[in-house]
Ligand binder design. Structure first.
Ligand SMILES: [Zn+2]
Ligand SMILES: [Zn+2]
Ligand SMILES: [Zn+2]
Length: 360
């Protein structure tokens, strides 16, 4: 090229650019030229650090289109899984409103079944997911969004006795994020405390129920051993790799899906529980679908939200009082009544005054 004059070099370039003749000449309406290529931005990673977390476009799409985003997709393990399997991961095709275009949105039910369900997160997973979620907000949202979710998780994650209260904290978190997705609302500490208090009461009731159930347990253990999480989760088999923080809390046996009000550690088995509504064994009152007692007589109560209410007068009854195993201290004033949930009498339901205790 040294011997070429500037003019002849320009001519050669012109020759190259016109190669292919008129057929290649840009026409009006042609697609615009692709943008010039840039080298991707790089950062320095210190020795011993993990590669930075990256949020898959599938997650960003959920946010852009206003869909509820499962927090369980934000554990580092879930984020890795989505990134590695994004081409084969289950999505739902949806029509864009006001357009004939379709979008592919991550299938929530499938994600909960195959990656991780929100209500199955343990405390370590939940804390990690919360941190990653706030980072995600820093990418897709505004500084106000980051502040909003920092307040949300800050209140819940650092709440007193977080280990003991964890099931109530998680339920409050999920409930409030789901509600927020329908209608945004500002963070108010008092409002959060009120919502959490409801869940804390339910947690106390659940613990009493388990305590009562444990007392009725026959001498010989008849329940099948709980299946480890890693065996039930088909495709992933995670939990054995260890390494990352919080490993000690993982992999514990836990029930999935129905049951509740809570599924806590290995003690969350509904099979030994007796229903406060229908007296049948094997489900929590919150999962009761019966219409009558086993002898065919009509029920006295029904489930109403998280509470038990009388069918005739729609009065809320105190579950804690009804499952009484020891002294009950209630602070609900007149909001819940101390009446038997089987008959409305002045005795505890689980005193088995008006109904026969179900056999094992
Ligand atoms: Zn029932
Ligand atoms: Zn009470
Ligand atoms: Zn009764």
């Amino acid at each position: 090229m040294n011997s070429l004059s500037p003019a002849s070099a320009i001519n050669i370039m012109r020759g190259i650019s016109s190669f292919g003749g008129d057929a290649k000449r840009p026409q009006e309406g042609d697609d615009p030229k692709p943008p010039p290529k840039h080298r991707r931005e790089e950062i320095d990673l210190p020795i011993g650090s993990r590669p930075p977390i990256s949020f898959n476009v599938l997650l960003k799409d959920l946010d852009v289109h206003g869909y509820y985003i499962l927090l369980s997709l934000f554990t580092t393990e879930s984020l890795d899984y989505i990134n590695k399997n994004s081409s084969s991961i289950a999505t739902t095709k949806l029509n864009m409103p006001g357009s004939d275009k379709q979008i592919c949105i991550l299938d929530s039910a499938h994600s909960e079944a195959n990656i991780l369900a929100e209500r199955d997160m343990d405390r370590a997973q939940w804390t990690e997911a919360a941190q990653n979620y706030v980072k995600f907000m820093g990418i897709v949202g505004t500084p106000e969004d980051v502040a909003r979710w920092t307040s949300h998780f800050g209140f819940l994650v650092t709440y007193e006795k977080a280990e003991k209260n964890f099931p109530a904290l998680l339920r409050t978190d999920v409930m409030l994020r789901q509600a927020y997705n329908m209608q945004g609302f500002s963070f108010k500490r008092d409002f959060y405390q009120e919502q959490l208090n409801n869940e804390l009461v339910l947690l106390r009731i659940d613990k009493k129920l388990k305590l009562c159930s444990a007392e009725w347990k026959p001498a010989i253990e008849t329940r099948p051993p709980a299946t480890p999480l890693s065996l039930r989760r088909g495709s992933r088999g995670g939990g054995d790799r260890g390494g990352r923080g919080g490993g000690s809390a993982r992999g514990g046996a836990r029930l999935i899906g129905k049951g509740g009000p809570f599924q806590e550690g290995s003690g969350g088995d509904a099979s030994s529980t007796v229903c406060l509504i229908c007296t049948r064994r094997g489900h929590y009152y919150s999962a009761c679908t019966q219409n009558s007692f086993e002898d065919g007589s009509p029920l006295f109560c029904r489930i109403s939200g998280n509470n038990i209410s009388t069918i005739r007068s729609n009065e809320t009854l105190c579950c804690l009082w009804n499952v009484k195993c020891d002294k009950v201290s209630c602070n609900h004033d007149n909001l819940r009544r101390h009446l038997c949930s089987f008959c409305g009498g002045g005795h505890h339901a689980f005193s088995w005054t008006c109904r026969k205790q179900p056999a094992y």
